[in-house]
Design a protein around this ligand. Sequence first.
Ligand SMILES: Nc1ncnc2c1ncn2[C@@H]1O[C@H](COP(=O)(O)OP(=O)(O)OP(=O)(O)O)[C@@H](O)[C@H]1O
Ligand SMILES: Nc1nc2c(ncn2[C@@H]2O[C@H](COP(=O)(O)O)[C@@H](O)[C@H]2O)c(=O)[nH]1
Length: 221
Amino acid sequence: MAPIPSPSTTAPKDISRRGLMLVLSSPSGAGKTTISRRLLERESGITMSVSATTRAMRPGEVSGVDYHFIDQARFDRMAEDGAFLEYARVFGNCYGTPRGAVDEALSAGRDVLFDIDWQGTQQLAENARDDLVSVFILPPSGEELERRLRGRAQDSAEVIAGRMAKASDEISHWAEYDYVIVNRDVDESVAAVTAILHAERLRRRRQVGMTQFVKNVQAAL
Ligand SMILES: Nc1ncnc2c1ncn2[C@@H]1O[C@H](COP(=O)(O)OP(=O)(O)OP(=O)(O)O)[C@@H](O)[C@H]1O
Ligand SMILES: Nc1nc2c(ncn2[C@@H]2O[C@H](COP(=O)(O)O)[C@@H](O)[C@H]2O)c(=O)[nH]1
């Protein structure tokens, strides 16, 4: 099947657009990272926000790609200096979104994908509601969530137990999100997130040059 063209290639060229912030949240292990990676492979015009964290690096993770791994003192300094767009303590570690890279991408009309928890999403909603599109990813069941956390084989049994214990709390925030997806099949979930992204790009308020474009069309009628 031929790829579906993204709206950025179908919209008239002179209608500029501010980037949007596409947030994925879920209980740990439901599949945000997997969906994000696939989306970024096939979709242009969107970049991943790389968070800073005080958590230890997992096997296979790359500093500056998966996270900026920093110590607590540096995290606290950045928080105090207002360098984070949002930040939160999750599972005993600190996580935050560095402001600079996101501001730069949005102003250049690029969309930004976030893998953050409900606390961070609430902060973005308070500070930048118009730019925000939020998606909650649910696992098909509690048993499957535990299977995925174990199958990832990157955390100790103790860490997995801690994340399972928090899963119900996390899920209780599902209704605060714009969209909800049950991640049964990765391809279907990526297709659903892609459809959301394409539709949100076409929202009238995001197409800042549209008023002038319509006037030009009308003037020639
Ligand atoms: N639809 C799916 N079916 C089966 N396995 C899946 C599916 N989606 C993701 N997985 C697997 O589940 C595990 C957890 O996925 P992933 O790391 O993407 O979760 P996450 O939500 O990003 O977790 P965290 O919040 O801890 O970062 C991975 O091993 C991944 O390959
Ligand atoms: N509020 C924020 N939450 C974040 C950020 N980066 C990641 N996260 C969330 O933390 C948990 C755990 O992630 P893990 O990589 O240790 O498994 C997960 O729910 C992420 O979505 C952030 O910058 N801000």
